[in-house]
Design a binder for this molecule. Structure first.
Ligand code: SF4
Length: 191
């Protein structure tokens, strides 16, 4: 993919037909937030509400995500960007297929190279396995940090998983506290 500016990238992504998910989507969910954010959150893919509204994390799990974000003074309106591994909704909320991930990843890579975040937070197992390592064990490894080429990466439990297992909420809270500490350590203008 050729280097491009943010608006060109967004327009091209919104018209993408590189995999079969384009046939069943309502709209592409490009992502939301500040293109100059130092912190990039990455989820798995849009669900029904996200597909309808064209925005990531707008359903119940998105509301829960916003609660955690607010706790550590982050906001999708201000100082982070939120994107997904696949930008169109897999039918019936199934996991995205490997070929769909492969087709879609160049969009995320392009977003990454324009945003140039200092921190990437993977939301859930699928994002962590694509971005951090293929055998990432989310329950065991969430909240740990790795550094790759000057970018700090971590993962936390997916907010949808927390809605299913509310007992795990304190574990996620600890991850967000650690994210706040890492922001203080490596970011210049997030806070
Ligand atoms: S999922 Fe990604 S690659 Fe597939 S059509 Fe949507 S934007 Fe294009």
């Amino acid at each position: 993919m050729m280097p491009m500016d943010w608006d060109t990238l967004k327009a091209a992504c919104l018209a993408c037909e590189k995999c079969d998910l384009c046939k069943t989507r309502t709209q592409v969910v490009f992502g939301t937030g500040s293109p100059t954010a130092e912190v990039l959150f990455v989820g798995e893919g849009p669900g029904q509400k996200e597909d309808e509204q064209g925005l990531p994390f707008v359903g119940r799990s998105g509301q829960l995500l916003d609660v955690y974000l607010e706790t550590i003074k982050l906001s999708r309106q201000k100082n982070i960007f939120i994107a997904n591994i696949v930008k169109c909704r897999p039918p019936g909320n199934r996991d995205p297929l490997p070929e769909e991930r492969e087709a879609c990843l160049p969009w995320l890579r392009e977003q990454f190279s324009l945003i140039r975040p200092k921190i990437i937070v993977c939301l859930g197992r699928i994002a962590a396995q694509v971005i951090i390592k293929p055998d990432y064990a989310i329950m065991k490894e969430h909240g740990t940090w790795v550094e790759k080429n000057g970018v700090w990466m971590t993962a936390t439990l997916h907010p949808a998983a927390l809605l299913r297992n509310p007992k795990q909420k304190p574990l996620a809270f600890e991850d967000y506290v650690a994210i706040r500490e890492k922001i203080h350590e490596v970011c210049a203008h997030t806070y």
